[in-house]
Design a protein around this ligand. Structure first.
Ligand code: NDP
Length: 329
């Protein structure tokens, strides 16, 4: 069994990752929170034997791996400390505040010989895996364009630092659009090379942060993609489309944390739904992480994948700020 320490008594840990780690056969040994009462309550409420306020204390415990789900400015120092302590690291996205910092995290884990993964859950979705396979099998010919619909409404209980704290890495671009980039890279087996973007601050976000972003992205193959992310849109629903020379993949309700949604393949032969499994995205990611610790393959999304999605997100923000197209990487 892989023994885990949680860094951060967070909502995502409580709502998704604790269950996912246990479903994947892992054990949660301890949680670290900066607030002793909240940490104790979190441990008690989630069946975790131990809470601490000290990172050194957590890293000194009998654990193999850490899951880091604090606010974004803390992922760098906490990852470096975990790597120094020889613990495998599953870090939340965005990995860091700058691309250089994210690269430092990847390098530190590599040097320490520990596995590093980024929690880009959407690669684990049956829908996205089915689309990747369909494209690799040539079912839509040469992919020419992709469209990602990921404008959602930020639930009230999450309307905090994401909307108001630039120092914690708020804003919808690094929060949600980074997932679009990772999913596009995975489904298309392609890399973004340049991005143009505009952002909106409709009044929900403050402190110079954006609550909506639209991007146009050119990939290495020449494919063009559009992305639309928001915290402010209640009723749009989500989707992901790839249009090729011989067919289109049209997926609905697939930019989500839940194993739901559908994928339609439309070609000259008509339409058919692609079959796929509806399995927990997060549990699948943890299973791959456990396997990587055993030396069996790579995590679903590596540290480097997290560097690349962050590079996209920060380039999009620069594009929006300057009104220019920005090269990525
Ligand atoms: P939260 O705001 O729930 O938690 C972040 C930090 O805030 C925690 O580390 C905790 O600090 C503190 N905190 C939590 N609850 C409270 C509270 N009630 N009062 C005061 N402080 C509190 O963030 P999320 O869980 O939404 O996000 C955490 C990270 O996970 C981010 O990096 C985010 O981008 C990522 N994320 C990823 C998702 C994915 O699907 N991959 C989905 C959602 C988030 P302390 O450390 O002291 O306990």
């Amino acid at each position: 069994t892989t023994r885990w320490g949680l860094i951060g008594a967070s909502t995502i840990a409580r709502e998704h990752m604790i269950g996912a780690i246990r479903e994947a056969g892992g054990e949660i040994a301890a949680v670290m929170s900066t607030n002793p009462e909240r940490g104790r309550a979190f441990a008690a409420g989630n069946g975790i034997p131990r809470a601490t306020t000290s990172l050194d204390d957590l890293l000194g415990a009998d654990i193999d791996a850490v899951y880091i789900s604090t606010t974004n400015e803390l992922h760098l120092p906490q990852t470096l400390a975990a790597a120094r302590a020889g613990k495998h690291v599953l870090a939340e996205k965005p990995l860091a505040m700058t691309v250089a910092d994210a690269q430092t995290m990847v390098e530190a884990c590599r040097a320490a010989g520990v596995v590093m993964a980024t929690n880009h859950h959407l690669r684990n979705a049956g829908a996205h895996r089915a689309m990747r396979q369909a494209i690799a099998d040539g079912l839509i010919g040469r992919p020419l364009a992709a469209r990602v619909f990921h404008a959602v409404y930020l639930p009230e209980h999450l309307q905090g630092w994401r909307l108001h704290d630039p120092n914690a890495g708020g804003g919808v671009t690094v929060d949600i659009a980074v997932h679009d980039c990772d999913t596009l890279r995975f489904v298309l087996a392609d890399d973004p090379v340049e991005v143009a973007a505009m952002v909106q601050a409709s009044g929900m976000a403050s402190g110079g942060l954006e609550d909506m972003v639209m991007t146009t992205v050119r990939f290495a193959s020449g494919l063009l993609a559009q992305t639309h992310d928001a915290f402010t849109v209640r009723y749009a629903g989500t989707g992901f489309e790839v249009h090729g020379t011989e067919g289109s993949l049209i997926a609905r309700d697939v930019m989500t944390q839940r194993p739901i949604g559908s994928v339609l393949l439309r070609t000259r032969d008509g339409e058919r739904a692609l079959p796929f499994e509806h399995e927990s995205l997060y549990a699948r990611a943890v299973r791959a992480f456990h396997a990587a610790i055993r030396g069996e393959g790579q995590p679903s999304a590596t540290g480097l994948d997290g560097v690349k999605s962050l590079a996209f997100g920060l380039a999009a923000l620069e594009a929006a700020r300057t009104g220019r197209t920005v090269k990525i990487g």
